[in-house]
Design a protein around this ligand. Structure first.
Ligand SMILES: [Zn+2]
Length: 314
């Protein structure tokens, strides 16, 4: 669709989401019955993955023929329409968490395994385009699992629009899948950037600061507030870098650079247990694998890594 390439894992979903098709029940039913359509089973929010066929070729998402779904999960598993791929095939994700031992089910036995998405992303074992559509699928299934009841009147709600809506049969309220915006920002001051750490993080790990955007708050306000609350940093300007869909369970990480007024800071001791200004040379050496070992940064699949990288390259 001619969008600029986003540097973040879980972004750049190649599917045509074909949202206008979701309300067309006949079309969706036709696609679910079509031999060419494919689905990926999810078990406890983990996609089905095929092992590498040859060494270093990488793994692949376990797309299966739609006909197998009934055999695998019975007549009515939670099934969400993901979109149409470049070959014109309709793709779905189905939640088979009701199964006791799906990897040993006759329909799947010996074919592959259910694997955690984050591990696959970190290991770089799955093509990035597939990771993006798996993030979409995981967040959608998770949303249905968490929103089985109407938040207005408490009645059990029903899935509609091929998964993109839940409706309440009692009070008629409509509920839509949510995305929670999170700001993640690298404060900079001259040739330095600010990295903090939380007590629970692995030893030495430092990263950009982050926090949920609150109701009634702009991106810029959330960036300034979080930096001030957690690190006592006062911000003079905020610039947008990129976003990363983050399917835990369904956030959108909004990556920003924030210019600090001064290099004064004060760690709050609650959200952050440490942090300081790092020079461009220090972080560049660390990213190049030539650091002194006193700290380390999140790997490339994290948007924080991309924010630091952009700061170095500026
Ligand atoms: Zn209701």
């Amino acid at each position: 669709m001619g969008l600029p390439q986003n540097p973040n894992i879980f972004a750049n979903n190649p599917l045509d989401r074909a949202s206008y098709r979701r309300t067309d029940k006949a079309w969706i039913a036709e696609q679910m019955a079509a031999p060419a359509s494919l689905f990926v089973p999810f078990f406890r929010l983990q996609p089905f993955v095929l092992p590498e066929e040859k060494p270093s070729q990488g793994k692949d998402i376990g797309w299966l023929r739609m006909g197998l779904l009934n055999e695998l999960a019975g007549p009515d598993p939670l099934t969400v329409f993901l979109g149409i791929n470049r070959r014109g095939k309709a793709l779905f994700a189905a939640d088979v968490s009701g199964l006791k031992d799906p990897e040993n089910h006759p329909a799947l036995k010996g074919l592959g395994a259910f694997e955690e998405l984050r591990g696959l992303a970190m290991a770089g074992e799955i093509p990035p385009a597939e990771l993006a559509s798996m993030a979409q699928a995981k967040s959608m299934i998770d949303w249905h699992n968490r929103h089985g009841f109407c938040s207005v009147c408490g009645m059990r709600s029903e899935m509609a629009d091929a998964g993109y809506k839940r409706t309440c049969p009692s009070c008629k309220a409509e509920h839509f899948p949510r995305t929670d915006p999170v700001v993640i920002m690298l404060a900079t001051h001259g040739d330095t950037c600010f990295l903090g750490r939380q007590k629970i993080w692995p030893k030495g790990m430092h990263s950009a600061l982050a926090g949920f955007i609150e109701p009634g708050e702009s991106i810029e306000e959330a960036v300034a507030r979080e930096l001030h609350e957690e690190a006592g940093i006062t911000v003079s300007s905020v610039t947008y870098h990129s976003t990363q869909p983050w399917p835990y369970p369904s956030s959108l990480m909004i990556g920003c650079h924030a210019q600090a007024e001064t290099d004064a800071f004060k760690i709050d001791g609650v959200e952050l247990s440490g942090g300081r200004w790092f020079t461009r040379e220090e972080v560049a050496a660390q990213l190049a694998g030539k650091g002194d070992g006193s700290f380390w940064l999140p790997p490339p699949f994290a948007i924080a890594h991309q924010l630091v990288k952009a700061f170095i390259e500026k």
